[in-house]
Design a binder for this molecule. Structure first.
Ligand code: BGC
Length: 741
């Protein structure tokens, strides 16, 4: 009864005096004043209702006050099709087929922050048009092992690259009045046992490798929400984790947004109240499969929380802080009257998807300048492989989409080569003929009952009778490959592709292998194949982007955002047996110690002198670039200085093209272990043939520092540092030394 009287009093308080606008609705007032005003008008019940989901993807607003609901959507490559209110079933809308943008590994491979801004702007417009307020993405978990099924949704192995690339994405999305939900915070670096893995990592590694991209996204990108991850850290689930959420995120970094749980990542009311969670979603599901219906009132932050408040077991300080953050989110999104209306499936979005794809494709190898295809005389082109025809936008877990259209590599090549070359296709192998995810079907029938031998024989025969062979294979989005909720079982290509590629290489010397994946794969045939292209998952415009690069309409300029190792054992985590962890006796918890510490990716390969198959930052072009000698504006810098290093880069080939110049820092003498080198700057320059440009890098003390866990601060030790400037971590062209006083 008391509850209703209180609600009624609160309700009366807002009946507006004629003409006066309540403060919370007055957008000329600062957001913080509006938040305080709205908070003061709300009942405890209304506040608690805002803390948890009301459907699979939405949470409540305050209907009485006209504060709208929040609608979330996956993320991060396109806008997820509508599911039922309370089920994972498709709602069967006919207006929700979106544009699929390339996967985030591809975006990272562009090494171009302008592409990231374009990506964010475009997907933000799609989200806004679909009336979504929170986009569940982007992800910046570090690529620790090539087995992680979700690496394709992240931005590679280097914290600096991921940090530089995530910031413009966030700006692009949030300029639409749509919040990003940065994920998955933190240490969610593999999928196997993702709900039960307790990550054990030293503080130096945490601060140097796994946190910087998140920190940049929060402090420079100003992300409005962040998603807690499924795993545990220090024995607490990351969705309600004192250390990660209260101490670091909200404490050290001053995050003023809302922490959103991953779907089914909340496990305990007390921890959820006290350890930094603000909005609870998807409880009783694992985010992918069915959970109980109508369970929302029973969420950890629903009635159980209300009961505790009513019984006086907890106060309302935490509640007010959570609602404060959620209201701030409302004023930034749903209650921003000036936010744009968005747009959906526009030609500009398709154009953006194609452009990002073209810039992210990496030319790994190009012996005899086999590429671009020589089309000066009519040619017979054999296209072989399942990934030349298989739709890749359906599958892979929560990032699965329903698209307006998807151009396959075969279609893209056929279109581009029409009238110029005779294109024939052979499947070569059968991998994953299914094409359904969460009720969305590709409509493709990829069943083929022929034996592997027959499929191979047909492909080899076609290869023999062609001028060029373009094999399009790699991984796909089926479970156990590039897919959420499972990891890969090994580094090798599945479905007997290695044997097929070897047979094709024998049948025709003009073989191009196009590897479609979000992960590094082993290439035991690397010496026998003259041209290799890394094509990622490219979304709606996949085939057009691939055709542009193979034909030379676009000069490739992508660079690897991760190391391609020769063998799994060449990766630190696997060399040390530090994956997937050790299960505790009598408990489902798996302790996973990051034994390789800071030596992740190229930091491991370069420091331990393990030669990779293709190094981090590698990517060829159809033209040549030469690097001039670097010049520094000083030879000695102090703690408060910056040092500026510049060099000229010239296009000495015959085609216009772009080069990403990378600057790595080495501290050759240090009291603690330092990696052989660490990326601290990069710049992508576009150059006409014969053109030169001056590239400038600026470094300060932070770029020279390591994290001293004992002192809990960044430390740069005085002495000599070397700036290593190159075309990849394995191709350093110039070095320059300087001193820190
Ligand atoms: C995934 C999240 C996703 C959520 C909602 C979870 O399974 O881990 O990344 O945003 O589901 O679909």
């Amino acid at each position: 009864m008391k509850k209703y009287i209180l609600s009624a009093i609160a309700a009366c308080a807002i009946i507006p005096v004629m003409g006066a606008i309540p403060v919370y609705l007055d957008d000329s007032r600062p957001i913080e004043e509006r938040v305080e005003d709205a908070l003061g008008r709300m009942t405890t019940e209304e506040k608690v209702a805002m803390l948890h989901a009301q459907s699979k993807f939405s949470s409540a607003g305050v209907p009485r006050l006209g504060i709208p609901e929040f609608w979330t959507t996956d993320g991060p490559h396109g806008i997820r099709p509508e599911v039922m209110w309370d089920e994972w079933e498709q709602a069967k809308w006919t207006n929700d087929s979106c544009t699929a943008f390339p996967a985030l590994t591809c975006l990272a491979a562009t090494w171009n922050p302008d592409m990231s801004l374009l990506y964010g702007k475009s997907i933000g417009e799609e989200a806004r048009y679909r009336k979504k307020d929170i986009l569940l993405g982007p992800g910046v978990n570090i690529y620790r092992t090539p087995l992680n099924g979700r690496n394709f949704e992240y931005m590679g192995e280097d914290p600096y690259l991921a940090g530089e690339m995530v910031v413009p994405y966030i700006k692009g999305v949030q300029d639409n009045g749509v919040a990003v939900c940065l994920k998955h915070f933190a240490l969610n670096n593999n999928e196997v046992n993702r709900h039960t893995t307790n990550v054990v990592v030293d503080n130096r590694t945490l601060y140097e490798i796994y946190l910087p991209a998140f920190k940049k996204a929060v402090q420079e990108g100003k992300a409005w929400t962040i998603m807690g991850s499924y795993n545990l850290y220090k024995d607490q689930h990351a969705c309600h984790n004192q250390y990660l959420l209260n101490d670091i995120l909200k404490g050290e970094w001053g995050f003023d947004g809302a922490v959103v749980s991953d779907w089914g990542g909340t496990h305990d009311t007390d921890q959820a109240i006290h350890n930094g969670l603000d909005m609870e979603f998807g409880s009783w599901t694992n985010g992918l499969s069915n959970g109980a219906s109508n369970a929302y009132d029973n969420y950890y932050l629903a009635n159980p929380y209300l009961d505790k408040i009513r019984k006086g077991e907890v106060g309302t300080e935490e509640l007010d802080d959570k609602v404060h953050r959620i209201l701030r989110l409302a004023f930034r999104t749903t209650m921003d009257r000036n936010r744009p209306f968005g747009s959906f499936n526009s030609p500009e979005h398709l154009e953006a998807a194609r452009k990002i794809g073209e810039e992210g494709i990496v030319l790994l190898k190009n012996d005899r300048s086999l590429l671009p295809l020589d089309l000066s005389t009519p040619k017979k082109v054999a296209v072989i492989g399942e990934n030349a025809v298989k739709m890749m936008t359906v599958g892979g877990g929560s990032s699965s989409l329903k698209v307006r259209h998807e151009v396959s590599p075969l279609e893209g090549l056929k279109r581009r080569l029409q009238g110029i070359a005779d294109v024939s296709y052979a499947r070569g192998y059968v991998g994953d003929p299914t094409g359904e995810y969460n009720g969305v079907t590709t409509g493709q029938d990829l069943r083929d009952d022929r034996s592997p031998e027959a499929l191979m024989a047909e492909a080899v025969d076609l290869a023999r009778n062609s001028d060029y062979v373009i094999f399009v294979g790699g991984l796909n989005k089926a479970a156990g490959q590039d897919c959420e909720d499972s990891d890969r079982s090994g580094l090798g290509l599945p479905y007997g592709q290695d044997a097929l590629i070897e047979a094709l290489a024998k049948a025709n010397p003009n073989l191009v292998v196009v590897n479609v994946s979000g992960n590094a794969v082993a290439m035991p045939w690397v010496g026998e194949v003259p041209a290799i292209v890394q094509a990622w998952f490219l979304g709606s415009e996949a085939g057009n982007a691939i055709a542009s690069v193979l034909t030379g309409d676009v000069n490739p300029s992508g660079k690897l955002p991760m190391t391609f190792p020769v063998r799994l054992k060449d990766v630190g985590a696997h060399a040390l047996g530090a994956y997937p962890g050790v299960k505790r006796v009598d408990s489902p918890i798996v302790d996973l110690e990051y034994k390789e510490g800071i030596l992740v990716g190229y930091r491991w390969a370069d420091t331990k002198k393990v030669k990779p198959l293709f190094p981090f930052g590698h990517g060829l072009s159809f033209t040549e670039f030469t690097y001039g000698n670097p010049v520094a504006d000083k030879s000695v810098m102090t703690d408060s200085d910056t040092i500026s290093i510049s060099l000229d880069v010239s296009n000495t080939g015959r085609t216009a093209g772009a080069e990403t110049i990378q600057l790595y820092i080495s501290d050759p003498k240090s009291s603690v272990i330092r990696p052989d080198k660490e990326l601290k700057g990069f710049q992508k320059v576009f150059l006409q043939p014969g053109e030169s440009k001056t590239v400038r890098f600026s470094l300060n003390k932070d770029d020279l520092s390591y994290f001293d866990a004992e002192r809990h601060e960044w430390v740069a030790e005085p002495g000599v540092f070397i700036a290593k400037i190159g075309a990849s971590s394995g191709d350093i062209r110039k070095t320059i030394k300087f001193k820190l006083k």
